[in-house]
Design a binder for this molecule. Structure first.
Ligand code: AMP
Ligand code: ZN
Length: 448
C-alpha cells in the first residue's frame, strides 16, 4: 500500500504487515458546522483506514476535537470558539459540544467509520503542559516577556521540511502573530502556551500563569501520547501543511529526537461551483443542505471518490445529482445481480486502492464491470464497497403499481370528476387496503 508523502515528495510504502497502523487526522474546530470541504478531508482518513483494513492490518486512528486555542483570523487575537460564543450569546463549551455532536452525525451519514478516540483539546491540558515543560527543559522553548511560552523555531534545524518554507525566507505570517512580536525572540517562533491577558473564559492554570494552549501543540501532544510516540500516517487538508504541520513536526521531533511521523498525507481543497468555499462568497455547503434536497448523503461520498484526493476538486449540484442517480442504478442492479453475499477480489481494484487511494480508477473499473457480463458483478461490487462504503447492497424500494391498483386509481379519478363522493371514498378504502396512501390535491389525486 503506497501513499504520497508531502515531506519526501514521493510515494511511500505503508507497512501493512504490522498488526496495527497508527494514524492521526487533524479534526474539526468545533465553532461551526463542518462544510463539505472539511468532510472531504475527513473522508480521506476513512478511505486510508479502510484500505489498511483491506490489507489485513488494523488502523488505530486518533482525531482531535479542537475546542480551544484555534485563533481566528477574522477577529484579531481572538479564539474561534470565543468569537462564535459571543455571536451566539452562549457559553463557549455549549458551542463546542453542539458542533462536535453535529460533526459526528455528519461523519456517520457519510459512512465514515468512527476513529478509535476523539480527544478534546480542553480535556487534554495536562498532556500539553507536560509536553511544553519538556520542550523548555530541552532548550527548544522559552517563556516570553508576556508570560506566554514560545517554541524557538531556529533551534529546530530541519524546520520547513514539509512545506519548503525555510526560516530565512519566512516573514511574519498570520495577522494574529503580529501581536506577539514584542514578546517573541524571532518572528517565526510560535506560542505553545498563551498567557490569558484579560481573557477569562477557557483559561487554565499553568506553571507560567493562567492561559490556554496554542493550536499546534494540541496535535503533537495527542498524537505522541495516544499513538505511543509514533505516527505511521498523518492526515489533514493541504492548508494545514504550513504552519500547522510544520510546527507540529518541530515540536514532536524535538521531543523524541527523531521523525515522529512516517508519512504526511494532505488532501487538496474542495471548491464549490468554481469558487473557494467561504462565507464571503456565500457558497458554503453543508451535508444538511445535500440531505434537504432529498439527495442520499452517500452520493456526496461517491462524488468525492470520483476525484483524486490530491487534486483540487470542483463540486457542483449537477455532479451530486448525477452521483445520486448512479447510486440508485447500482443498488437496483445489485438487487438483480445478487444471489448470495459472496465477495470476489478484483486485482485491478485492489491495485488501484493501494496506489495512493486511486478511487477514480476504482469507480471507472466498476462502470466497466457493470457493462461486462463475464464477471460475478455483485461480488466485485461488494469487494470494492468495503472501501467505497456506498451501501451498494442496500435494497432499493421499487414503487410499482399493480394493474389492479391502476384500475382502482382510474375509477376513483372518474368518480371524483363525476362528483360521486361515496364511490370515491369506497375506492380510497380499497386502495389503502392494498398499501397505497391517497391524497387529493387541486391537481387531482396523488398516491404514495
Ligand atoms: P477546520 O475545522 O477549519 O480546522 O478544518 C478541518 C479540516 O478541513 C482540515 O484538515 C482542513 O485542512 C480541511 N479543509 C478546510 N477547508 C477545506 C476545503 N475547502 N476542502 C477540503 N478540506 C478543507
Ligand atoms: Zn492538527
Amino acid at each position: 500500500m503506497k501513499l504520497y508523502d508531502t515531506q519526501s515528495r514521493g510515494l511511500k510504502e505503508v507497512n501493512v504487515e504490522k498488526e496495527e497502523v497508527r494514524m492521526y487526522c487533524c479534526g474539526p474546530t468545533v465553532y461551526r458546522d463542518a462544510h463539505v470541504g472539511n468532510l472531504r478531508t475527513f473522508l480521506l482518513s476513512d478511505l486510508i483506514a479502510r484500505i489498511v483494513r483491506l490489507n489485513g492490518s488494523q488502523p488505530r486512528l486518533i482525531q482531535n476535537i479542537t475546542d480551544v486555542g484555534h485563533m481566528s483570523e477574522d477577529f484579531i487575537n481572538d479564539d474561534k470558539m470565543l468569537s462564535q460564543a459571543k455571536l451566539e450569546k452562549v457559553d463557549p463549551f455549549e458551542i463546542a459540544r453542539k458542533y462536535e455532536q453535529r460533526f459526528h452525525t455528519d461523519l456517520a451519514a457519510l459512512n465514515v467509520q468512527p476513529a478509535t478516540a476523539y480527544p478534546r483539546a480542553s480535556e487534554s491540558i495536562e498532556m500539553m503542559l507536560s509536553l511544553i515543560s519538556r520542550l523548555i527543559d530541552a532548550g527548544f522553548a522559552y517563556v516570553g516577556s508576556d508570560s506566554s511560552v514560545y517554541f524557538s523555531a531556529e533551534k529546530f534545524k530541519s524546520y520547513g521540511a514539509i512545506s519548503g518554507n525555510k526560516l530565512d525566507a519566512l516573514k511574519p505570517g498570520h495577522r494574529y502573530e503580529y501581536t506577539e512580536d514584542g514578546a517573541k525572540r524571532f518572528h517565526a517562533d510560535w506560542a505553545l502556551w498563551k498567557a490569558a491577558g484579560d481573557r477569562t473564559e477557557m483559561v487554565w492554570d499553568s506553571p507560567w500563569g493562567k492561559g490556554f494552549p496554542g493550536w499546534h501543540i494540541e496535535c503533537s501532544a495527542m498524537s505522541m501520547k495516544l499513538l505511543d510516540g509514533h505516527v505511521d500516517i498523518h492526515v489533514g487538508g493541504i492548508d494545514l501543511r504550513f504552519p500547522h504541520h510544520e510546527n507540529e513536526r518541530a515540536q514532536s521531533n524535538a521531543l523524541i529526537n527523531k521523525e515522529a511521523v512516517d508519512l504526511w498525507v494532505h488532501g487538496e481543497h474542495l471548491l464549490f461551483e468554481g469558487k473557494k468555499m467561504s462565507k464571503s462568497s456565500g457558497n458554503v455547503v453543508l451535508l444538511s443542505d445535500v440531505i434537504a434536497r432529498g439527495i442520499d448523503p452517500l452520493a456526496l461520498r461517491l462524488c468525492f471518490l470520483e476525484n483524486k484526493y490530491r487534486s483540487q476538486m470542483d463540486l457542483t449540484w449537477n455532479a451530486i445529482e448525477a452521483a445520486n442517480e448512479t447510486l440508485k442504478r447500482w443498488r437496483t442492479k445489485m438487487g438483480h445481480w445478487s444471489t448470495d453475499d459472496s465477495i470476489s477480489i478484483d486485482p485491478e481494484i485492489e491495485q488501484a486502492f493501494n496506489a495512493d487511494v486511486d478511487t477514480p480508477r476504482v469507480v471507472m473499473r466498476l462502470r466497466e464491470i457493470e457493462k461486462d457480463d463475464s464477471h460475478n458483478k455483485a461480488a466485485v461490487f461488494r469487494y470494492a464497497d468495503q472501501v467505497l462504503a456506498l451501501d451498494l447492497n442496500r435494497p432499493i424500494e421499487e414503487r410499482v403499481l399493480t394493474p389492479e391498483m391502476k384500475t382502482l386509481l382510474e375509477d376513483r379519478a372518474l368518480a371524483r370528476n363525476e362528483k360521486r363522493w361515496a364511490d370515491s371514498d369506497a375506492l380510497r378504502v380499497e386502495l389503502e387496503n392494498l398499501g397505497l396512501s391517497i391524497k387529493d390535491t387541486p391537481e387531482g389525486q396523488i398516491w404514495s
